[in-house]
Structure formats: C-alpha cells, structure tokens
Design a protein around this ligand. Structure first.
Ligand code: F0G
Length: 440
C-alpha cells in the first residue's frame, strides 16, 4: 500500500494566535491562520486550499453522544446549528453483495439526513462558523443538495441565504427545498462551475459568506461520515472496511474522509494499514478526477462541457482536487467513470434492496460493479458504498427508472381482471404521460 502522508502539506505547528487548539493551515505553502478572526477561504499568500488543524488528534474513546456532534472532540466547536444530522444507517444489501460478489457490501445512506443529503453534516458546522465570524448573508453555488441544506440551516440560524443554481439542471426536490426554506434562488445561465465562480466573486467582495466545500469548515462536518463508517463497521464485523466507494463531484467528501482517516492515524486510533482505500466514482460525462488519476496529474484539468443524468455530480472543475487526489492515491484507492445507463441500473439495484437513492448516489454502486468486473476489486473485500442523497430529491429520475403506474377502472372486478392480465379499457393519456404528470 502507498504511504499515508499524514500532513498533506503544511506544518503541524500551531500558530501563536490559534483559538482553543484550532487553526487553519494552507496545504500548499504551510502558512497558518487563526480560525475565526477574519473571513477567509483560501491562503492569503498563495491562494492554496486551507485545512482546519487541531492541537490534539482524536481517538475513538473521545467520541460520545449521537450524530455529527458525537465527534465534537474532532470539530472546532462543542455544538452547532443542529436539526440534528448524522447517525445515518449502514445498510446491509445481501442480494447486491452476492450479485457484485464481494465479501461484504454495506451502504452508508446519507440520504437519511434531515434535508436528505450528506451536506447537512457540513452545514451544521459551517453555519456555526458563520455565526462565530459574524456574517449576515450566506451563499452557495449548487447542483441542488448544498442549496437545500444551506437554506434549511440558514433558516434555522435566522440568516439570509442566497443560492446560485445552474438553470434547468437541478432536480425538482432540491429547488423545492431551497424555495420553501426561504432562500433567494438565483438561476444562472451556466453550469455549476460558473455558479461557483460567481459565488467566489461575491464572497471576495464581502457580499456573502461562502458555504461551498471550498470553505474548510464544511469538510470538518463531513469528516464525521468517515468516523461513523469506521465505528459502525467495526462494531458489526470486528475490523475496518477495506474500501469506501463514493460519488465525486467537487471532491469535498473524498477530501473529508481522507482527513478523518489521517486524524485517527495521527491520534494512534487507526493503524496506517487499516485505512480504507478511497475509491471515487464519476459520471462519464463529468470525469475530470478520473482523468487526473488515470494520467497521474497533480491537479484536475477543467472540463467546460459536462453532462450526466446524475445532475448532483455534473461538475467539471472539482475545487477540492488538491486535497482529494492525494487521498485517493495515498490510501491505495482509484477512480472510475460510469455511464448514465449503469447509474440508473444501480439505482434500481439499490431500490430492489429497499434503499432509495438519487442517481449520483447510485454511481458508487455502479463504480464498484465496474471495478469488481475488471478485477480491480477482489471478491474478498469488505466494501462500503456511500449513497449521498435520497430518492425523493429527484422524483423525475426515479419515475423514469422505475415501473409505470397502470391505469385501471374504478371497479374491483375490473381491477382483478387487470391483475389477471385481462385487458380492461380505460381512457386517458399514455402511461409515460401519466407518470410525468404525477411528478411534475
Ligand atoms: N452526491 C450528491 C447527491 C451530491 O449532491 C454531491 C454534491 C456529490 C455526491 C458529490 O460530492 O462534491 O463532495 O464530491 N453536490 C454539490 C451540491 C456539488 O451543490 O449539492 P462532492
């Protein structure tokens, strides 16, 4: 296995003005900053990504309570703006496990968070930091889930929220959430990456506090996915999983999981050899991380044209790549691209196990299947697939992937005839029209 680079970049030494054993370090040049005296997202000196660092590394004994704040010893605060979040199921999926042919297949269903995605874990911490630094307007660019989470947590904290979405490319459930929680929704004539460029400009001009995963505190909350997986899997199996497979968009989660593992190794709670292999999955039409891994690039190259049915990961410029690429490489993982057809098939496979997820989430299972078929994942592996968002986020995709409703007359005998396969006449539109009629 590749060596685990604990530091990623920058020194471990605390700056003199660190608050309560927490500070920020630039992963490129090592410059350190006090965490909350100023609003800052990247390094003042070199514009590199920042990472939260702590004087004390966590051990499993430090964790108590439930949800994200169980892990407060590894977070910058004791408590945040909470709904509450985390503590999501680690499902077994026995049929899928047999079918894909791995020793263990578990599904960590992050769609079971309060707003239906893992973003809530980042927002409970990020919005708490927004309170600490004293801002009055929150903002994010989003393929949908970040905007839904920020809108809910912003509402909870009584802060104004602005979300920028790529027009026409965000699933219905997510826009509905942002709308009802009271965010101002700006639909941009451009893709997610263009929205993020604008939000970064707004943040730079002091117009809003940016809560995309470029904000290092978001990733602190998302780190708890890694802690939870390790704790639960160990409880059940008496060992840690070999591999975690996850969908990748902006690569925030990949970076966050890697950070969780590094901190546990640093605290002596996890042996370097027990760190799971981080395995990223992208859609073929939006796969700059896969390209970077396959070609050994230091950073990703921006894809200007991206397209996939998994709109949550329709991203061509993953801003966290400098944190996530070392995570994939240093844990001995890999990255793989899957087609939209395989994503939909995996969404059905999960649904057959009772696990309802949105398309981007199913990419993890599609990726695992592809790697297993290619022999890159062996039959003896214990694998956890991360499913990041709930089925109801994208009702249109679910209806298209699922069975069509069958129109029947308002009559029990005719319903029975229909069930027995007899033709019973009913008027009305074609079936697909009805399905879409229900969900629109
Ligand atoms: N899965 C879902 C359901 C997502 O919403 C996202 C990201 C990802 C996976 C990828 O995660 O960015 O950490 O690699 N959605 C963001 C959003 C971009 O705006 O909701 P990542």
């Amino acid at each position: 296995m590749a060596t685990l680079n604990l530091e990623l970049g920058g020194s471990q030494a605390a700056p003199e003005d660190a608050d309560d054993g927490v500070w920020l370090t630039c992963i490129e040049c090592g410059e350190t900053f006090a965490p909350f005296d100023d609003v800052r997202y990247t390094c003042d000196d070199c514009d590199g990504l920042l990472e939260a660092r702590y004087a004390d590394a966590p051990t499993f004994e430090d964790f108590e309570g439930r949800g994200v704040w169980r892990y407060s010893e590894a977070l910058p605060f004791e408590q945040g703006v909470t709904l509450p979040e985390g503590d999501t199921p680690l499902h077994r999926a026995p049929d899928l496990e047999d079918d894909i042919d791995v020793r263990n297949l578990r599904v960590k269903h992050e769609g079971m968070n309060p707003t239906g995605s893992f973003k809530d874990r980042g927002m409970t911490v990020g919005v708490r930091v927004a309170q600490e630094v004293g801002v009055d307007r929150l903002a994010c660019a989003s393929t949908g889930n970040t905007s839904a989470a920020l809108s809910a947590y912003g509402a909870r904290a009584n802060l104004e929220t602005l979300v920028l979405l790529p027009a026409g490319k965000v699933a219905a459930g997510k826009v509905a959430q942002a709308s009802l929680h009271g965010a101002r929704i700006l639909e941009v004539d451009g893709n997610f990456d263009a929205c993020l460029d604008i939000v970064q400009d707004l943040a730079q001009r002091g117009e809003a506090y940016l809560l995309n995963s470029l904000n290092p505190f978001r990733l602190e909350g998302q780190k708890t996915i890694g802690f939870e997986i390790l704790e639960r899997f160990y409880e059940d199996e008496g060992r840690f999983p070999d591999r975690i497979v996850l969908p990748v968009g902006n690569a925030g989660n990949t970076a966050a999981l890697y950070k969780a593992f590094r901190e546990l190794v640093q605290g002596g709670a996890l042996a370097p050899g027990d760190v799971p292999k981080l395995t990223g999955v992208q859609a073929e039409g939006a796969a700059p991380m896969v390209e970077a891994i396959e070609n050994g690039y230091e950073d990703t190259e921006r894809w200007d044209d991206v397209e996939t049915r998994a709109t949550a990961i329709r991203i061509g410029n993953p801003v966290n790549a400098p944190k996530a690429l070392p995570g994939i490489r240093n844990t001995g993982g890999t990255a793989v691209a899957v087609s939209d057809e395989r994503i939909t098939e995996a969404q059905r496979n999960l649904a057959e196990q009772g696990i309802g997820v949105e398309p981007a989430s199913a990419a993890s299972v599609a990726g695992l299947r592809k790697l297993r078929l290619a022999g890159e994942v062996g039959p003896g592996e214990d694998v956890v697939c991360l499913t990041t968002g709930h089925l109801l986020k994208d009702p249109e995709a679910a209806a298209e992937a699922g069975a069509d409703p069958e129109p029947v007359p308002n009559d029990t005998d005719k319903v029975l005839d229909h069930l027995a396969g007899k033709r019973v006449g009913v008027g009305g539109d074609g079936l697909l029209g009805k399905v879409l009629g229900y969900v629109r």
